[in-house]
Write a protein that binds this ligand. Structure first.
Ligand code: GUN
Length: 293
C-alpha cells in the first residue's frame, strides 16, 4: 500500500515557520505582513476558503483584512478597491477569490493587482517569470507550489529525469504545475479532455498530478506501480436522497484503487488542500520581506 502524504501536517510545518519568521520581522521593528482577501458574492465554497485564508493569516500574526462585497459590485468599484490596496503600504498581498460574478472581467481584475503584491501568482509578470524559470523572484501559484513541496517530501529535491504527467491545463493549477516540474528537470506532459489514450499516458508517470475537477476519474489501473500521485481535486458528492448517507468530498483520483499501486498518494481531504493556504502565507511573508528591504 502507498505511503499517505500528510498535507495537513506539512502545511502546519509551513505555517509554523511563517509564524516564527513573522515574529522576527516584528522584533526587528518592521511592519507585520499584511494580506487583503477580497470576495465578491456568496459562493458557499469560496466563503469557506476565504474564511480559512483570513483565519490562518491571523494565526501567522499578519495584519489580515477581508473585503466581503455583494454579488452586484461593479467592475469599476472592484478596480478602485484594488488601486487602494495597491497603494496601501500596510498590505503586502492581495488575493481576489475566484470565480468572480460573470459581469466582472476576472482577467482585468487580476492584471490590475500590483505584481509585487500578487501572492496568487496570476499576474502576467509572475506567470512570465515562472515560465522563463525566474523562480527566485516570481510569486508561484499556491496550489502547484504546495503540491511541489509534497512531491519533494516523498521523492527528495532531485526529480531530474522523472516522467511527470499533469492531467488538467488550468491557469491556476495545470500550467504552473507543469512549469514547476519542468524547472525541476522532469519530462513533463500536460494531458486534458482531448488527450488520446489517457490511461496509457498516465501509466508512464513517475509523478501523476490530477487537476481536472472530475470526481474519481483517475482509476487504479492508470497508476504506474510506485508512482507519486498528487490529487488536487476537491469534489463534493451529494448525499443520496434516501437513506443515511451524507455528502462527501472526493478527489479526481479513485483513492482506494490508486493507493494499491502508488508509492505515495495524497488523500482528499487532508492532502493538497491545506497546502494551498499555507503557501499563500509563505508568499505573503516573502512579499513583506521584500518590501521591508
Ligand atoms: N479559487 C480557487 N482557487 C483559487 C486560488 O488559488 N486563488 C484564488 N484567488 N481563487 C481561487
Amino acid at each position: 500500500m502507498a505511503e499517505v502524504i500528510d498535507g495537513k501536517s506539512v502545511a502546519e510545518d509551513v505555517v509554523r515557520s511563517v509564524k516564527a519568521l513573522t515574529a522576527e520581522l516584528v522584533v526587528k521593528g518592521k511592519a507585520k505582513p499584511g494580506l487583503a482577501v477580497v470576495i465578491v458574492g456568496e459562493d458557499p465554497a469560496s466563503q469557506v476558503y476565504v474564511a480559512s485564508k483570513s483565519r490562518t493569516a491571523k494565526e501567522c500574526g499578519f495584519h489580515s483584512l477581508q473585503h466581503t462585497l455583494p454579488a452586484e459590485t461593479s467592475e469599476a468599484a472592484l478596480l478602485k478597491l484594488i488601486a487602494e490596496l495597491n497603494a496601501d503600504p500596510a498590505i503586502n498581498g492581495i488575493l481576489v477569490q475566484l470565480p468572480l460574478p460573470a459581469h466582472v472581467d476576472a482577467g482585468k481584475i487580476i492584471q490590475a493587482i500590483a505584481p509585487q503584491k500578487d501572492v496568487d501568482g496570476f499576474h502576467f509578470i509572475n506567470v512570465g517569470k515562472l515560465g522563463t524559470g525566474e523562480l527566485d523572484t516570481a510569486f508561484v501559484p499556491c496550489t502547484p507550489a504546495g503540491s511541489m513541496l509534497l512531491i519533494e517530501r516523498v521523492r527528495g529535491k532531485d526529480l531530474s529525469g522523472l516522467n511527470a504527467v499533469v492531467v488538467g491545463r488550468s491557469n491556476i493549477v495545470g500550467k504552473p504545475m507543469a512549469s514547476l516540474l519542468l524547472a525541476a528537470n522532469c519530462t513533463v506532459t500536460i494531458a486534458h479532455s482531448r488527450t488520446k489514450d489517457l490511461p496509457e499516458l498516465a501509466r508512464t508517470a513517475d509523478i501523476l498530478v490530477a487537476a481536472v475537477g472530475r470526481p474519481e476519474m483517475i482509476r487504479g489501473d492508470w497508476v504506474k506501480p510506485g508512482a507519486t500521485v498528487i490529487d488536487v481535486g476537491i469534489n463534493r458528492i451529494p448525499a443520496p436522497e434516501k437513506g443515511e448517507g451524507k455528502s462527501r468530498l472526493v478527489g479526481d483520483v479513485a483513492y482506494a484503487e490508486a493507493a494499491k499501486a502508488a508509492g505515495a498518494i495524497t488523500p482528499v481531504p487532508g492532502g493538497v488542500g491545506p497546502m494551498t493556504i499555507a503557501m499563500l502565507m509563505a508568499n505573503t511573508l516573502a512579499s513583506a520581506y521584500l518590501a521591508a528591504g
